[in-house]
Design a protein around this ligand. Structure first.
Ligand SMILES: *Cc1c(COP(=O)(O)O)cnc(C)c1O
Length: 339
């Protein structure tokens, strides 16, 4: 029995999801005539209290589109040094939007409002790039699934208003934060100009992300999505998978969080492990003792058919998900505890 904890993207569509996909009503989404996509877009827009939402083939394309909407070439966005948009989108920020990133040295992928304010270039100092956008990420991926303090986000909104900056949320794992914390999707909709969410991480759909925002911005997003090659046709079956995931695979995210906490507890007791980052959601990031070679630790796990991610600089990552069953969990904890 393989135990794959590399990412929460390794899940397969469940039987119920496949049935929903097979029976979905379809149309040409480039003509905005796919009823299943239209229904999902309306549903997710309403969830965040935003006028409009747009379906994307990937989270990267949704984020890249948002960045394009908020910036002009030559300008600069502010993000944490761990940000996915900076580290893991293939340099798309500069390729697609001609924008540079002002990196902030935050804590577990999260910045303070004071740090954001200090990172803004004075708009009348024409030697520097013009700051036009702040991008946050919740939960933070490289930050180990950490959730933002909503008060800090509100303060960043105030900074953005004072300096006329856009505010985008990379919410690839926002569902996990919504389950772990008391704030609602509506509250997130109120503070951010645009939010991307993902259906193929914790929710377990095979494909799909969505960008929500105001009518004006999202009408422009339609053109950007087209330019990036993201205009798709009869994709109602994909929207049906996402919709099924929201209905049937959302509440169970708390089980992933509990399993991640269990794993962290066991890791903490291992001699080979020097530190485990606090677990708030479904990601466990830990470091090995310097005398334990990473390759040896990973090979040992691999011998038990257990896969985890190497994040570099001595960090290893495990991510719990829909297809990580109770039986696998019991098995993993037992193998980890073995000397
Ligand atoms: C996975 C991820 C994305 C991008 O999603 P893709 O669908 O893989 O392009 C964006 N942001 C964060 C934080 C992610 O973890």
């Amino acid at each position: 029995m393989q135990i794959d904890l590399r990412s929460d993207t390794v899940t397969r569509p469940s039987k119920g999801m496949l049935d929903a996909m097979r029976t979905a009503k379809l149309g040409d989404d480039v003509y905005a005539e796919d009823p299943t996509v239209n229904a999902l877009e309306a549903r997710v827009a309403a969830l965040f209290g935003k006028p409009k939402a747009l379906f994307f083939p990937s989270g990267t394309m949704a984020n890249q589109t948002a960045i394009k909407l908020h910036t002009q070439p030559g300008e600069q966005l502010i993000c944490d040094k761990y940000a996915h948009v900076y580290n893991y989108e293939g340099g798309g920020v500069s390729f697609n939007s001609g924008v540079s990133c002002q990196l902030v040295d935050g804590h577990r992928g999260m910045m303070t409002a004071a740090q954001v304010e200090a990172a803004i270039n004075p708009p009348d100092f024409y030697h520097s790039p013009l700051t036009s956008l702040v991008t946050l990420e919740n939960t933070t991926n490289k930050g180990g699934g950490a959730c933002w303090d909503f008060n800090e986000i509100s303060k960043i909104r105030t900074v953005c208003d004072a300096h006329e900056l856009g505010l985008h949320l990379d919410g690839a794992r926002l569902w996990n934060a919504l389950v772990a914390k008391p704030e609602s999707a509506l509250q997130y909709g109120q503070v951010f100009d645009t939010i991307s969410v993902c259906f193929s991480k914790g929710l377990g759909a095979p494909v799909g992300s969505m960008l929500v925002g105001d009518e004006d911005l999202l009408n422009k997003a339609l053109r950007v999505r087209k330019m990036l090659g993201g205009g798709m046709r009869q994709i109602g079956s994909l929207a049906a998978a996402a919709s099924y995931a929201l209905d049937h695979q959302y509440d169970r995210l708390k089980d992933d969080h509990q399993k991640a906490k269990d794993i962290a507890e066991v890791l903490q007791q291992l001699e080979a492990v020097s530190s485990v980052e606090p677990v708030e959601t479904n990601i466990v990031i830990f470091k090995l003792n310097p005398n334990i070679p990473e390759a040896l630790f990973l090979d040992n796990l691999k011998a038990h058919d257990i896969l985890v991610s190497d994040m570099g600089s001595g960090k290893l990552r495990m991510v719990t998900h829909l297809d990580y069953t109770d039986a696998m969990h019991a098995n993993l904890l037992e193998i980890l505890r073995k000397p």
